[in-house]
Design a protein around this ligand. Structure first.
Ligand SMILES: *Cc1c(COP(=O)(O)O)cnc(C)c1O
Length: 388
């Protein structure tokens, strides 16, 4: 098949090279400018980027920072999350979501996800809040994750938050650029965190992150916390903070990437539509909530439980098609986190089942029709084999 289509194999899982080719001269020029002015820390590109990100997503304040993990942590620090507090996080996510809660000495309480959207299950959240109270913890905040780029069900989650006097921190590390009921990611809950890690939908050339909020008081504290809790004067510290700044060079990269980002989002949607059309008969495609768009950080299928995922991965690899498993193990079953409470007793059945069934396919803004056809035809062929 590959010879006929004249594809270059293996196919990249994420094609950052094709993307760079679009903007390389502009990035070179921006870097030259920074080498000339020398403001490597908090240079003018930082403030330009913050303004443009706010315009893009509609949040009143954008506070850039060093990475998506610090973005989460800075918000918990600003809200003074402390030992005894329970913070509700999905178990089927990247470790950073729960890690930052533990940093504060607070208790992450693991909540199950829905099998079709991969996002936090409102019913499990209710059970988790009740369980946390029974354990003598103080329910404080919810951190929904927009897994694989699709926004969580914020209407349902924010209603539960309001009923229980909790605040919401949206972990949108994977979903910048997505929308939910005509609102952009960056405008949900009290604050939103995102990541500009290179593999995220909007990535820089190193580590980077940002916080979005409409709350003026919170924004003021965050701006202080990211520079060691400084007050009006650099050496007058009014909070215990951290060194959590974004580099000027990374801001320059993001300013260029933001210009091509809308087109990349369209291309990602096109690729996702192609996958869903071609693969619905052999596996379960991801479900988006009505009136929702995804930034498609990942395109993740659920395989039938009787499919041998390991064999499929090997066969795809032999055809030059890379895949990935996000995530192999839910957090509540991992060594560092297994002693923390879960919503109900010990098991989170959907998170546990998904870990065995998911498979992520190549996803980026530069997938051609030929490549999409090759991937989907190969998958349909391999998944249509009678089981041995
Ligand atoms: C990537 C990611 C983070 C952390 O972002 P970094 O920039 O790598 O620190 C946090 N939460 C989720 C869900 C992520 O996918």
């Amino acid at each position: 098949m590959s010879q006929k289509l004249n594809l270059s194999l293996p196919i990249p899982f994420i094609d950052l090279k094709s993307q760079q080719a679009q903007i390389r001269p502009q990035i070179n020029e921006a870097f030259q400018g920074i080498l000339d002015h020398g403001a490597y820390i908090m240079g003018p590109q930082i403030f330009d980027l913050e303004k443009k990100l706010s315009e893009f997503c509609g949040a009143k304040h954008t506070i850039t920072c060093a990475n998506g993990t610090d973005a989460l942590a800075l918000i918990l620090m600003a809200k003074n999350v402390k030992p005894g507090d329970a913070v509700f996080v999905p178990s089927f996510t990247f470790a950073a979501t729960a890690e930052v809660v533990a940093w504060m000495g607070a208790t992450p309480v693991f909540i199950d996800v829905l099998k079709d959207t991969f996002n936090m299950d409102p019913l499990s959240l209710k059970q988790g809040i009740k369980h946390a109270k029974e354990l003598g913890l103080n329910p404080t905040a919810i951190i929904p994750v927009d897994l694989f780029g699709a926004p969580a069900d914020y209407d349902a989650l924010e209603t539960i938050a309001a009923e229980n006097h909790l605040w919401v921190l949206a972990d949108s590390a994977q979903s910048f650029g997505a929308t939910y009921k005509n609102r952009s990611v960056g405008t949900f809950g009290l604050a939103t965190s995102t990541s500009f890690f290179p593999a995220k939908p909007l990535g820089c050339y190193g580590d980077g992150g940002a916080i979005f909020t409409d709350n003026d008081d919170l924004a003021e504290i965050l701006i202080s916390l990211r520079v060691h809790g400084q007050g009006k004067d650099k050496y007058d510290n009014i909070h215990i903070g951290m060194n959590g700044r974004l580099d000027t060079l990374q801001a320059a990269v993001l300013l260029e990437k933001l210009k091509i980002f809308p087109n990349e989002l369209i291309a990602r949607q096109h690729a996702a539509d192609f996958y869903t059309r071609a693969l619905s008969s052999v596996a379960t495609p991801p479900l988006l909530l009505p009136n929702t768009t995804s930034s498609w950080a990942q395109y993740t299928l659920r395989l039938n439980p009787e499919t041998s995922r390991e064999k499929l991965i090997q066969d795809l690899q032999a055809l030059g098609i890379p895949t990935a498993i996000y995530y192999v193990k839910p957090l509540h079953q991992q060594k560092a986190y297994q002693h923390y409470p879960t919503a109900l007793g010990h098991h989170l059945p959907n998170s546990e089942a998904l870990a065995h069934e998911v498979l992520s396919l190549p996803m980026h803004g530069y997938l051609t029709e030929d490549v999409l056809q090759y991937i989907t035809e190969s998958l349909v062929h391999l998944l249509s084999r009678p089981p041995k």
